[in-house]
Design a protein around this ligand. Structure first.
Ligand SMILES: Nc1nc2c(ncn2[C@@H]2O[C@H](COP(=O)(O)OP(=O)(O)OP(=O)(O)O)[C@@H](O)[C@H]2O)c(=O)[nH]1
Ligand SMILES: [Mg+2]
Length: 285
């Protein structure tokens, strides 16, 4: 597979440097991952930056992910010794458990302060993750109002912002960070499909094509139900696109099928979870 992304390493380097500086100020780090792509959304540089600092994994957007695979991913993180919380920031499911996990992870630090006679210092938590994963939405959930800006496009949060979420708990919202190079092109594709990368830096047609290939192989029924089409196991993408075009009336003047429209449709439906609950990263690999 050859899926290219036009990249801007300069911007990413700056974000990484900012993250490094802020890390010194915090007690616990929450790495928010997209439950549809838990592997692809893990920052490969983070562990090295963290050193001994406790980290908690928050698998977000579980409402859009495949429930069985989410369970499997949860076990993988647990088996690697990482506390993991499964959350849905749109409804607030799992958010309380995440706060409890943060408090637990911070306990050793609190004990250390107490020994030194420091009593009322707040726990400082930093939330990191790829663009558009839901970091700001989580913070708004925790404070119960729209304290920070959140929207469905990557790159919404620009600067760092501290928010007090409860007595003794302060949270730092950070801009989404990606890394300069993907080890595997599949990672770039998965991040593009789930909305961490702006549409204008990759080939949408190719992305839609590869997504549909995956859906035909792993979630054929979802495609059939969503677009009211039928196809054989392993059907070519071209055929499925044409069937969707017919079913959805995607036509150009003269009655030709408008496959560009199908490309938009397939990508938009997937990104917003309308295709159904899909996990792109297989837990067994
Ligand atoms: N379905 C679903 N959508 C969510 C969930 N959490 C957040 N979102 C949506 O994801 C989009 C991005 O949310 P933000 O909170 O702005 O993401 P962010 O991580 O702060 O993004 P940047 O600031 O760009 O790094 C918004 O449209 C949210 O409504 C969730 O659990 N489920
Ligand atoms: Mg944000």
């Amino acid at each position: 597979m050859d899926f290219k992304i036009q990249w801007f390493p300069g911007h990413m380097t700056k974000a990484k440097r900012m993250m490094e500086q802020q890390l010194k100020l915090v007690d616990v780090v929450v790495e928010m991952l997209d439950a549809r792509v838990p592997r692809s959304s893990t920052n490969p540089m983070l562990n090295q930056l963290l050193g001994q600092k406790p980290k908690i994994i928050a698998l977000n957007k579980v409402d859009m992910a495949d429930p069985a695979k989410t369970e499997a991913w949860k076990d993988i993180f647990k088996n690697n010794g990482l506390p993991v919380c499964v959350i849905d920031c749109n409804t607030g499911k799992g958010v309380k458990q995440l706060v409890a996990a943060v408090q637990k992870a911070a306990q050793p630090v609190i004990d250390k302060w107490l020994k030194r006679g420091v009593k009322n210092r707040s726990i400082r938590v930093m939330i990191v993750g790829i663009p558009n994963v839901g970091k700001s939405t989580l913070i708004n959930r925790l404070v119960g109002k729209n304290k920070v800006l959140a929207a469905d496009k990557p790159g919404v949060t620009r600067g760092q912002q501290w928010v007090t979420i409860a007595k003794g708990l302060e949270l730092l919202d950070t801009p989404g960070v990606l890394w300069p190079k993907f080890d595997d092109l599949q990672i770039g594709l998965n991040l593009a499909l789930t909305g961490a990368i702006k549409e204008d830096v990759y080939d949408r047609e190719q992305a839609a094509w590869l997504l549909t290939e995956k859906l035909i192989a792993s979630y054929p029924q979802l495609l059939k139900d969503k677009y009211a089409v039928d196809f054989e196991a392993g059907a070519p993408v071209q055929d499925v696109f044409e069937k969707i075009a017919v079913s959805r009336g995607c036509l150009k003047s003269g009655g030709l099928l408008d496959l560009d429209k199908v490309v938009q449709l397939v990508l938009r439906d997937f990104r917003s979870g309308k295709t159904g609950r899909v996990t792109l990263d297989e837990p067994d690999k």
